[in-house]
Design a protein around this ligand. Structure first.
Ligand SMILES: O=C[C@H](O)COP(=O)(O)O
Length: 333
């Protein structure tokens, strides 16, 4: 598809000025609605398969959309060997996601990523390193990635992450509630997590690669939105299958249904394995087709990605200079 041409290659084209959708306060669990939801797997897979081939944005339009993609990244490090030093370097990258020379050439001075996403223990370091930047810190709490620690500890972890300065909390759902069709338990658990988040925005990670069917993905999406999730997110990045286009179609349509029924906009975060600039453009095109431009802003869309920024930077370098830089020059991103 042809994405509309942004007027100019400016910060505005990259997703600014900031807008803030009202929060999703949730609604009572509607089991009838949940059970009516179906997913036509073969139709969804057919549609998803046509998407990468139909995308076509070139030259300055492509550069503008790649800058938009940067403004939508939750720049992430979630490794067992994370150190304060690595998190500080990541935060420096978040403030200045591509070289100042490139930003000046693109007219994109001031461009930053949307947030930095880290484990609970790294929240104070990230908060300190991002001070004054306006970039929020997101914490993966609730026994990430499996979410199988005692429930009271998962709630406590959320509270501690918020107290340490996290403005966004990425929770993981209990996959077993989905696999056993226990929507009541999923709703109640997610609702309590939302309460523990307080003012912090909550992204509900479904771990779609472990939910078995696309119908389960649709129903889990809906239950999490009913329970008050501000975002629904595909994956932790640790499952064997993470973000995919079919899962994205299902989740976007659940978001559209919820919006049509309630008037509330819930955000979407594909995460895990999105590492190429062209994949990011495919996701943006799909969101634009399914939900419209309003969802292509940081308050309603994020990429959860640890290495996407590096490839986008390489493509922008090519746009400006006509040459590709070596991948190792962008190792951190
Ligand atoms: O939430 C973010 C993901 O964990 C990042 O996954 P990734 O390292 O495959 O980009």
């Amino acid at each position: 598809m042809q994405i509309d041409r942004p007027h100019t290659l400016t910060a505005e084209a990259a997703g600014l000025p900031a807008v803030h959708a009202p929060r999703n306060e949730g609604i009572p669990l509607d089991l009838g609605w949940v059970r009516r939801l179906q997913a036509n797997t073969s139709a969804i897979e057919r549609r998803a398969a046509t998407l990468p081939g139909r995308r076509s944005v070139k030259k300055e339009w492509q550069a503008a959309w790649l800058c938009r993609a940067i403004s939508l990244i939750d720049l992430t490090t979630l490794s067992g060997d994370d150190t304060e030093g690595r998190v500080r370097r990541l935060c420096a990258k978040a403030r200045s996601p591509v070289s100042p020379r490139l930003l000046a050439a693109l007219g994109m001075e001031g461009l930053t990523v949307a947030a930095v996403c880290v484990y609970h223990d790294m929240v104070p370091t990230a908060v300190e390193a991002l001070k004054g930047s306006g970039i929020p810190v997101a914490a993966v709490s609730t026994g990430f990635p499996a979410g199988l620690s005692p429930f009271r500890l998962r709630l406590e972890e959320i509270r501690e992450s918020v107290a340490a300065g996290a403005a966004e909390i990425d929770i993981v759902i209990s996959r077993r509630h989905v696999l056993t069709g226990n929507w009541q338990a999923l709703y109640e658990e997610t609702r309590l997590m939302r309460e523990a988040c307080g003012e912090a925005h909550m992204k509900a990670i479904l771990a779609t690669g472990e939910l078995g069917t696309l119908r389960n993905v649709a129903r889990a999406s809906l239950v999490c939105m009913m329970a008050g999730a501000d975002f629904i997110k595909t994956s932790t990045g640790k499952e064997s299958v993470n973000a995919t286009l079919p899962v994205t179609l299902v989740m976007l349509r659940a978001i559209r249904d919820y919006h049509e029924a309630t008037g509330i906009r819930v955000g979407y975060k594909p995460a895990g394995g999105i590492a190429k600039a062209k994949d990011a453009l495919t996701y943006l095109a799909l969101v634009k087709e399914e939900l419209g431009d309003r969802w292509l802003r940081p308050d309603l869309f994020r990429f959860g990605a640890s290495s996407l920024l590096g490839d986008i930077e390489r493509q922008l370098e090519h746009h400006v200079s006509g040459a590709y830089s070596a991948a190792w020059r962008h190792a951190l991103a």
